[in-house]
Design a protein around this ligand. Structure first.
Ligand SMILES: Nc1nc2c(c(=O)[nH]1)N[C@H]1C(S)=C(S)[C@@H](COP(=O)(O)O)O[C@H]1N2
Ligand SMILES: [Mo]
Length: 411
């Protein structure tokens, strides 16, 4: 398998990828169509682009650093999101345009018995491999849907992806260095750098017990292929059940800390209200905060779009995807009357507790305007809240999503 041949991986990965100095565009950037994200109360059309290396058709949110969103139809077609349509998000634009697999080193240092420097080859061949399916979801996924609006990247629902991740246990790598007693946090950094010297480098940490839980992974593959460069080639952290702000890409540095990490990205950024679903009354700015962590249940209809016309009185198929958040999906319910009554949908194959799960249902379309809604309950018994959650950073969107449809004589 070429994946595990480091001599091949660099060539395969980057051949044909002529990334100019500016913004990693493989091809000139011109609009290849537009898509309407139906964000409430704001301009919501976005260009579609195929201009980025190793990426197919994506919704362009920002060129530099690249913010690329996955169109909803991709989730309708595939339960594992194809790598070339997997969303992309970076904080700083100073991202290497290629990584030499031979020269690459992953350093483990800090509060350890011995500093170690691992080659990609060591990761591929020197540790037991693990593999599982997990959703990677940006903390700000669906931010553009909030009403009232909040500041930040105005994503639709496509700042998420589901993949089969292959790699090694973070615990085993930490053990190679020998964590000293008194370790508190483990901090992760990648090859990307801030554009300005005052800009804080993107660094995220996990508590030592979480880092050593045997599930947190240093991944070298997604869906059986090396990671696309924009998704973190050659290595990224996978923290199943947690928002992907912790899933550090192009992971090159692991530092064990004898104290809590108070760097900007842990202590100042990515803070949510310390309430269920990170919810505060819209407009509230002052509240006790905590670092964002575990995901919450969500469900999204993928085969229909806001405002679509369907045939009144005719059978109508509904399909979508659900996630339990930090555990599996137990139930998805559908409402055709805006949430007054609910019907249980059929669930698709169970790919494990951290995966997306397909749901399908059939209804007879009523006449006139109607509102479809779906609601997920996870294996811990947590259901999506009936009232939409809100916070000023637009994180952790969890409430029930609705689609307003119109049933008429013709579909
Ligand atoms: N090195 C590095 N890793 C990073 C980031 C970053 O800016 N730099 N952004 C994080 C955030 S906020 C998100 S949402 C995910 C996005 O992962 P993806 O681009 O593979 O979809 O990467 C995370 N890992
Ligand atoms: Mo994110």
């Amino acid at each position: 398998m070429t994946l595990f041949n480091p001599a091949l991986s660099r060539r395969n990965l980057l051949s044909g990828v002529a990334m100019g100095g500016l913004g990693m565009l493989a091809r000139p950037l011109w609009a290849q169509g537009v898509i309407d994200l139906h964000l409430p109360g704001k301009p919501s059309t976005r260009p579609l682009t195929k201009a980025f290396p190793q990426k197919g058709e994506m919704i362009l949110q920002r060129v530099r650093p690249p913010l690329l969103e996955t169109p909803m139809q991709v989730f309708d077609r595939h339960i594992l999101t194809p790598n070339d349509q997997f969303y992309v998000r970076w904080h700083w634009a100073n991202i290497p345009e290629s990584v030499d697999a031979k020269a690459f080193r992953l350093t483990v240092r800090g509060h350890v018995e011995r500093k170690v420097e691992l080659r990609l080859d060591d990761l591929l061949h020197g540790f037991e491999r693990i593999e599982y399916v997990a959703v990677n979801q940006c903390s700000g996924n669906s931010r553009g849907m909030f009403s009232p609006s909040v500041a930040g990247a105005e994503w639709g629902h496509g700042a998420m992806g589901n993949a089969r991740w292959t790699g090694v246990r973070l615990r085993d790598v930490l053990d190679r260095a020998g964590v000293k007693s008194g370790a508190v946090d483990v901090r992760f950094g990648g090859l990307d750098e801030a554009m300005v010297s005052e800009g804080p480098k993107f660094l995220k940490s996990l508590a030592i017990d979480h880092a050593r839980d045997g599930e947190v992974m240093i991944a070298f593959a997604m869906n059986g292929e090396p990671l696309p460069l924009l998704n973190g080639y050659p290595l990224r952290l996978v923290v199943p059940g947690w928002y992907s702000t912790y899933w550090v890409k192009m992971l090159s540095d692991i530092e064990v800390l004898p104290q809590k990490d108070d760097n900007f990205w842990m202590a100042k950024a990515y803070q949510v209200p310390k309430t269920p679903f990170g919810h505060v009354a819209p407009g509230t700015a002052d509240f006790p905060k905590e670092a964002i962590s575990r995901m919450v249940p969500r469900s999204l209809i993928t085969n229909l779009a806001e405002g679509q016309t369907v045939k009144a009185g005719a059978p109508m198929a509904i399909s979508g995807v659900a996630m339990g958040g930090d555990c599996g999906v137990t139930k998805v319910e559908i409402s055709v009357d805006g949430g007054a009554t609910w019907q249980v949908a059929a669930l698709g194959e169970d790919l494990g507790p951290y995966s997306l799960r397909r749901f399908t249902h059939r209804i007879t379309a009523p006449a006139g305007r109607f509102t479809l809604a779906c609601r997920c309950t996870n294996t811990k018994g947590v259901s999506q809240p009936l009232t939409m959650n809100w916070n000023p950073n637009g994180y952790m969107r969890a409430g029930i999503e609705t689609l307003n449809l119109m049933a008429g004589d013709k579909a």
